[in-house]
Design a protein. Sequence first.
Length: 245
Amino acid sequence: MGRAFEYRKARKMKRWGNMARTFTKLGKEISICVKASGPDPEANPRLRVLMQNAKAANMPKDNVERAIKKAVSKDFADYKDMVYEGYGPFGIAVLVETQTDNPTRTVANVRSAFNRFGGSLGTSGSLSFIFDRKAVFKIVPKEGVDIEELELEMIDYGAEELEMDENEVVIYGQPEDFARIQNYLESNEFEIVSAEFERFPNDTKELSEEQRATIDKLIEKLEDDEDVSNVYHNMAPSEETEEEE
């Protein structure tokens, strides 16, 4: 998981860089969650962690409350989670997660972005061998708690590996173990900073700076679409990014 950890660090700042886009994404996730399982955080574990994610991203409380109210209104659209996969130029794999009320519109926009920058949209599942999907929790470490001992204990609850990231502990596990990990952390009164599903490439490709610029333009074009929630790729972090980290 060491490689995945470095990959996650390299893309973290860029991913959270656009505050308005982040708030839109979180608001939609909260609304979808409330629509599916109700507006009470005590009875909706997924809503609890999404509210923590919003707090970590400095999303105003009013925005969170609006997202919850929107979900219980009669006019709330029925959103679907859709994943699109393809290759950008230079053989870079690109996976696009979306939440949309109009898949026809969304797939047209995603295909247009791929075509514009010399890529091509592939079939569903075509990149499943390249990316691993993980549950990723960030928690505040407790004083006196040994990370290695915590890792050994949490293995029984689905955790695969723990690593330190500045002053927080990052926990990785399989998506199907998300609830078990969350239950353990809450039962043991750990402060959950954020909890998400993320994808990590099994292998990355080195590109020249000129090639990287082209891929970055494709990613930015995809991320500008309001239906797009996450864009993943297997382009290796640049040397400059690694030095900054």
